[in-house]
Design a protein around this ligand. Structure first.
Ligand code: ADP
Ligand code: MG
Length: 133
């Protein structure tokens, strides 16, 4: 089934000029860039975006981090795009991510792990709406 999902290139990767490499990686793996923009969000917007994590001990750091610099938000489109993007990203902790995955290649640590990807159809829909009205 053709789906759309939200990818975010996080501040650590934007800072290292990895936008083009990461986009090319998606395209090479049959995901189309349906839309994309570079933005900077406020702490409050990050808190809203990550509200599912509000009870986690890392929530405050996570929101500070996502709002600390420019990010690139991308609508990816393709066959099983949601699951496919999760596979291309690799595990949350770069140390545990599969060889060849984005987080293995570029992630610096569990918090500076270079990319975000929606984890379900419901979250993909709401996360796309969050950034692309
Ligand atoms: P994923 O991004 O793989 O979907 P989660 O939704 O569980 O992972 O967590 C959201 C983000 O919060 C992660 O990408 C990571 O940046 C951060 N995070 C998750 N777990 C931890 C942790 N134990 N310590 C610090 N940051 C974390
Ligand atoms: Mg998640």
């Amino acid at each position: 089934m053709t789906e759309q999902t939200l990818s975010i290139i996080k501040p650590d990767a934007v800072e290292r000029n990895l936008e083009k490499e990461i986009k090319d990686f998606f395209i090479k793996n049959n995901l189309k860039i349906a839309d994309s923009k570079k933005v900077k969000i406020s702490k409050e917007e990050a808190e809203e975006f990550y509200k599912v994590h509000q009870t986690k001990p890392f929530y405050n750091d996570l929101c500070n981090y996502l709002s600390s610099g420019a990010i690139v938000v991308i609508i990816l489109e393709g066959e099983n795009a949601i699951l496919k993007n999760r596979e291309l990203m690799g595990a949350t902790d770069p140390i545990k991510a599969n060889d060849g995955s984005l987080r293995k290649m570029y992630g610096l640590s569990i918090d500076k792990n270079s990319v975000h990807g929606s984890d379900s159809l419901e979250n993909a829909t709401s996360e796309i709406k969050f950034f692309f009205k």
